[in-house]
Design a protein around this ligand. Structure first.
Ligand code: NAD
Ligand code: MG
Length: 391
């Protein structure tokens, strides 16, 4: 029997890597639903290759264009829908057994929660879900007894080294340090979006690429690890490892440190999660340690990369600080990508928003969404100040 898959965010970097892995195992999987935002041509190509039953485009005009394109290509029987409710519907579909949650940002929260509430097995790439609503999200996962497997390479590595969690002293999340690891602070003032998105080891979507360049990505991952592995911030450390060969480590009370290694290719954690507890071929080449680069390690520089410190502080502050951090960061990163905010001011917008808003821990999803919305409004106000002078 094949397992029915829904990929939320199929046109993205994780979505495409997932389709690559799944296509290697047609005996095990069938693509039931794919979702995207507005990239019509890319989605049309995915439809021609994978023949899903349902496609959802978040943007209505994109859905309309896709319907026309699929009609012309003789693929009229693929149903095309649009809007947030349809995204959630794709995750809940009866023919779907498992959902890859790979939408970027807060937009992924509701459809991923819909998958959890429908009792689907969830592969979680969308770390923002846990950053903005970790408590509620994990509560629903427990309530619906859902299997949640981490796709983020660090968390997947920790999961592989974690066993039953007995005797764990701390986890060590590795970080490449991003494209600006060795750059002096004064050069960071004038970097462009394309420079920030040119990651040395990974090809990823633009939002996570900027997060890697500011190291907010590692901060979001610290919060993600807190929820996934139930560890306090004091037992989650970050270690710079520029080669991205060791994807993270777990240290035990007896001094043992277990690490997971592999070439930097997201198809490894994706295949690990899809096959778990078995293993399957991912298309990733063997790791050649003898001819590869030397493995280096260094402590992170919180002065040049203040976003990492802001995320640790938000986790320690509790309440809804992480929800505010995530929302402000999304606003700031988008403004940077659009050329309205200098790179170094991303941290300033996040810090000022956190300074202004200290909401209590949300009890309900509606509270999370209201705090997210308010934080975006406050961040936009700070943005106007920090971005002044730019186009
Ligand atoms: P991406 O930008 O390449 O793709 C994002 C996907 O989300 C696209 O399919 C896009 O259509 C969809 N999307 C964007 N906005 C949407 C909206 N408002 N409504 C509905 N759909 C929307 O991003 P990515 O690099 O694939 O990352 C996806 C998620 O996985 C992010 O949360 C990221 O942090 C996480 N992640 C990515 C990587 C990686 O290597 N790319 C690694 C670890 C974790
Ligand atoms: Mg990661």
């Amino acid at each position: 029997m094949t397992r029915g898959i829904c990929i939320l965010g199929a046109t993205g970097s994780i979505g495409k890597s997932t389709l690559d892995v799944v296509s290697r195992h047609p005996d095990q999987f069938r693509i039931v639903a794919l979702t995207g935002n507005h990239r019509v041509a890319e989605m049309q190509l995915l439809c021609q290759q994978h023949h899903p039953e349902l496609v959802v485009m978040a943007a209505p005009e994109a859905a309309q264009q896709l319907r026309v394109g699929l009609g012309d290509a003789g693929l009229k029987k693929i149903q095309v829908e649009s809007g947030p409710e349809a995204l959630a519907e794709a995750a809940r579909m009866s023919g779907v057994d498992e959902v890859m949650a790979a939408i970027v940002g807060a937009a992924g929260l509701l459809p991923t929660l819909a998958a959890v509430e429908a009792g689907k097995k969830v592969y979680l790439a969308n770390k923002e879900c846990l950053v903005m609503a970790g408590n509620l999200f994990m509560e629903r996962v427990r309530q619906h007894q859902v299997t949640l497997l981490p796709i983020d390479s660090e968390h997947n590595a920790v999961f592989q080294c974690f066993a039953d969690g007995k005797g764990v002293r701390r986890i060590l999340l590795t970080a490449s340090g991003g494209p600006f690891r060795t750059w002096p602070a004064e050069h960071l003032a004038v970097v462009t979006p394309d420079q920030a998105c040119a990651h040395p080891n990974w090809v990823m979507g633009r939002k996570i690429s900027v997060d890697s360049a500011t190291m907010m990505n590692k901060g979001l991952e610290v919060i993600e690890a807190h929820w996934l592995f139930d560890l306090p911030a004091s037992r989650i450390d970050v270690m710079i490892h520029p080669q991205s060969i060791i994807h993270s480590m777990v240290e035990y009370v007896d001094g043992s440190v277990l690490a997971q290694l592999g070439n930097p290719d997201m198809r490894t954690p994706i295949a690990h999660a899809l096959a778990f507890p078995e293993r399957m071929e991912s298309g990733v080449s063997s790791l050649d340690l003898a001819h590869g680069p030397d493995l280096q390690f260094e402590a992170p520089d919180l002065q040049r990369f203040p976003c990492l410190a802001l995320a640790f502080d938000a986790l320690q502050a509790g309440g809804a600080a992480a929800t505010v951090l995530n929302a402000a960061n999304e606003i700031a990163v988008q403004a940077f990508l659009e050329g309205h905010l200098p790179f170094l001011r991303i941290a300033a917008v996040v810090e000022d928003t956190l300074g202004e808003l200290q909401p209590a821990a949300p009890d309900h999803l509606d509270d999370v969404l209201a705090i997210d919305q308010l934080a975006r409004e406050v961040a936009l106000r700070h943005l106007a100040r920090h971005g002044s002078g730019m186009q």
